[in-house]
Design a protein around this ligand. Structure first.
Ligand SMILES: Cc1cc2nc3c(=O)[nH]c(=O)nc-3n(C[C@H](O)[C@H](O)[C@H](O)COP(=O)(O)OP(=O)(O)OC[C@H]3O[C@@H](n4cnc5c(N)ncnc54)[C@H](O)[C@@H]3O)c2cc1C
Length: 463
């Protein structure tokens, strides 16, 4: 049994803590934000303040791989999400109208996923962690630095605890960084004498505008949940407890589109989207909730085959984060927590091996999702930017363009695409089945979505 300190008590930090607690370790979670989760979903939404999580009021999908990990490691968590009013979406029961073959397939139930408002999802995870044996969650406690200890591997600094903002030192056999996308630990490690970790970062520069609605029945999806509309994209999601959301996103420096903060302008533009306008048919349950400055970042703590430090592992967004257009940060995060818990089970007493095994599992299992998402975001950003500047958008990658067509007309390709979106199949294996691959390559590439022409878009957002 080891003493573990998890820095960051959001969904991924708490899930990691529960998995380690289940294995018998004594886990302390440090969370900078002071308030604990309210006990009802309504209060979680209206009264829980989480300065440390800027996307706290956005809609969140909780994908199928999240459920599979929880069924194995945190049984009952998905049932608790549903009991709190989150919604289970069954894509096979609501196939796009363009698919002629509507017969069920074996394994369709694997594609079901859950959606809810982030605050409600996190309140469920927080309540489960509070009840868990072996875990102490200290809210209002900010980690302020790492404490060095004797090296376990010659020449490699070892982390032996955490220093809190108030000066207290918590000794630990292992420190887990779950402090999200703005974690300061790369600098802390270097201050301890570690070689700098690999850090890749970019601001792809999207801004998001979300509005929630409520009503007796959620609107039907008349196309994909995420639809490119030329200079912006629109995402429609069912939420918890009779709510649903519409999110619009666009390049952050597309200044005229900042007017979408106004509910009137937002509703006007959504009303012009043919397959989404009916999502306005409800009572507004919020104003327009904007968020920008969402960084893409990837960090690696093994450089040239050696860990930069031992006694320290990063998980979730503290390891890597992208723009949320695929909506799978939580899913990737709990898969990462599972990989971490498995590595700890085998290698805790050999800190050098632990760091290498966690890095190897992360690279093999999760980095392909990060790279695939970056490529998609880059392509979409370039397309939006070209339209904003009145240029011809760059030609899309031919395989992706054919895949878009195929997924709308071929029921197996549709399912294969959904399985990789939901992290059930790694991107590099998603379309390798020879019959599926042949059916994709036989398609004509989808033409770029015409969306709403720039001049009309500017009219819609004009005051
Ligand atoms: C607009 C938007 C929409 C999204 N939609 C989805 C979606 O639909 N589905 C999905 O799966 N993902 C989505 N994501 C991504 C998802 O929100 C993140 O991937 C997820 O929150 C990462 O969880 P985490 O626990 O790793 O980090 P975070 O949730 O960022 O939590 C980090 C925690 O660390 C705490 N902390 C920070 N510094 C310290 C410190 N010094 N000491 C102690 N505590 C500290 C913070 O207070 C916070 O609680 C979205 C993101 C954005 C921006």
């Amino acid at each position: 049994m080891a003493a573990v300190v998890v820095c960051g008590g959001s969904v991924v930090g708490l899930s990691t803590a529960m998995m380690l607690g289940r294995a018998g370790h004594r886990v302390t979670v440090l969370e900078a934000d002071p308030d604990g989760a309210p006990t009802t979903p309504a209060a979680a939404w209206s009264a829980w303040r989480r300065k440390g999580v800027p996307q706290f009021q956005q809609a969140h999908t909780v994908f199928a791989r999240f459920r599979e990990v929880c069924d194995a490691e945190l049984p009952g968590l998905t049932d608790r999400l549903l009991a709190a009013g989150c919604v289970q979406v069954d894509p096979a029961a609501h196939l796009p109208p363009t698919l002629a073959d509507r017969s069920p397939r074996e394994g369709d139930e694997r594609l079901r996923y859950v959606t809810g408002r982030r605050a409600v999802v996190e309140a469920v995870v927080a309540a489960a962690a509070e009840e868990h044996t072996g875990i102490t969650v200290r809210r209002g406690e900010r980690a302020a630095g790492l404490v060095p200890g004797p090296s376990a591997v010659a020449g490699v600094p070892h982390v032996a605890g955490v220093r809190l903002a108030g000066g207290e030192v918590l000794p630990a056999d292992l420190v887990v960084d779950a402090m999200g996308r703005r974690t300061p630990t790369a600098g802390w490690l270097v201050e301890m004498g570690a070689r700098p970790p690999v850090v890749e970062s970019a601001d792809r520069g999207f801004m998001y505008f979300t509005r929630f609605f409520t009503g007796p029945r959620a609107p039907e999806q008349r196309g994909p949940a995420l639809t490119p509309m030329g200079g912006f994209s629109v995402l429609t999601l069912e939420g918890d407890n009779g709510t649903w959301s519409v999110t619009l996103y666009a390049p952050a420096h597309d200044t005229p589109l900042k007017a979408l903060r106004s509910p009137e302008v937002f509703d006007r533009l959504v009303g012009a989207c043919p397959r989404q306008a009916h999502w306005l048919d409800g009572r507004p349950a919020s104003g327009v909730l904007p968020i920008a400055g969402v960084l893409d970042r990837y960090r690696r703590f093994v450089v040239d085959g050696r860990p930069v430090a031992t006694g320290f592992l990063a998980v979730g967004d503290a390891w890597a984060c992208t723009n949320p257009s695929a909506g799978r940060g939580l899913t990737v995060g709990v898969v990462h927590a599972q990989l971490l818990a498995r590595a700890v089970a085998e290698h805790l007493d050999r800190p050098g091996d632990l760091a290498l095994v966690h890095d190897d599992a992360t690279e093999r299992t999760l980095t392909p999702f990060y790279r695939a998402q970056m490529a998609m975001d880059e392509a979409r950003h370039a397309e939006m930017e070209a339209l904003r500047q009145g240029r011809q958008p760059p030609a899309p990658d031919p395989f992706s363009a054919r895949l878009q067509t195929a997924a709308m007309v071929d029921a197996d390709v549709f399912r294969a695409l959904l399985a990789t979106v939901q992290c059930l199949t790694p991107p590099q294996e998603a379309f390798t089945r020879p019959d599926v691959l042949a059916r994709i390559t036989a398609q004509e590439p989808a033409p770029p979505s015409p969306g709403i022409p720039r001049e009309r878009l500017l009219e819609f957002v004009a005051a």
